[in-house]
Write a protein that binds this ligand. Structure first.
Ligand SMILES: [Zn+2]
Ligand SMILES: [Zn+2]
Length: 235
């Protein structure tokens, strides 16, 4: 057997050598900016992957269960290699900045959760950040200059949280063994008899003797947006 070169190897190497800055730069390419919660996701992912000592080739060797859809989750996806697209990312819509990373082989897992008073502690460490965050992010009322200042400050906060603050100050951590869900199923594709588009067979409904997709059937389906998971008939 021989090794296949993969771009993922660069990430695995950064995990093993604890190159947090390299991992954060990588995460920035999909997240679009550098921020403290992205840095925390990178750190949590690096810690978990190092602890589990399991290389991930995107074939569900490692599974990440996230409990939020915020910046943290992108750091987790990039570092663990468990993504929305490779079915190794499980999303529990609990609204907690928390992740459990598990090794499929034996269910060994580590859970990291940001403490409840995380935001207050963060703003206590960086007093200038609080009011600016409130104005620019929460109220969405910053001027272009405020926005520019905020980005600089937020990047500096991210860098310090990445390199200087100890992981034990940022997370509550526990190791555990979990029952992993079954591997993702590979299903056949059917053709919707109304729109003609290919549809995974589990998402086909029969209406008036016709096989139709959920959209054409006017049925509810699950939708993940910035609000979390909900049911919808249309966006
Ligand atoms: Zn972010
Ligand atoms: Zn259709």
């Amino acid at each position: 057997m021989h090794e296949h070169a993969s771009a993922r190897q660069a990430v695995e190497t950064m995990i093993r050598s604890r190159d947090l800055e390299g991992l954060l730069r990588h995460a920035e390419t999909i997240h679009g900016h550098r921020c403290p919660l992205l840095a925390l996701g990178v750190k949590a992912g690096q810690y978990a992957m190092d602890y589990l000592d399991q290389e991930n080739t995107g074939m569900e060797e490692v599974v990440a269960i996230v409990e939020c859809n915020n910046c943290f989750t992108d750091g987790i996806q990039v570092v663990t290699g468990c993504t929305f697209g490779n079915n190794a990312l499980i999303y529990k819509d609990l609204g907690k900045t928390a992740v459990t990373v598990a090794r499929r082989q034996d269910g060994a897992a580590v859970r990291l959760v940001v403490p409840a008073n995380f935001r207050e502690r963060l703003f206590a460490r960086y007093p200038a950040a609080g009011p600016l965050f409130e104005k620019v992010v929460v109220q969405r009322q910053g001027t272009p200059e405020d926005l520019h200042r905020f980005h600089h400050l937020w990047e500096a906060v991210a860098r310090r949280e990445l390199e200087e603050v100890d992981l034990s100050e940022q997370f509550l951590m526990e190791t555990c063994t979990i029952q992993l869900p079954a591997f993702a199923r590979i299903l056949a594709t059917e053709v919707c008899e109304r729109c003609g588009e290919g549809v995974m067979e589990s998402r086909i409904r029969v209406q008036a003797g016709q096989k139709v997709c959920l959209a054409c059937a006017g049925e509810e389906y699950y939708l993940l947006t910035g609000q979390g998971i909900g049911c919808s008939r249309e966006i």
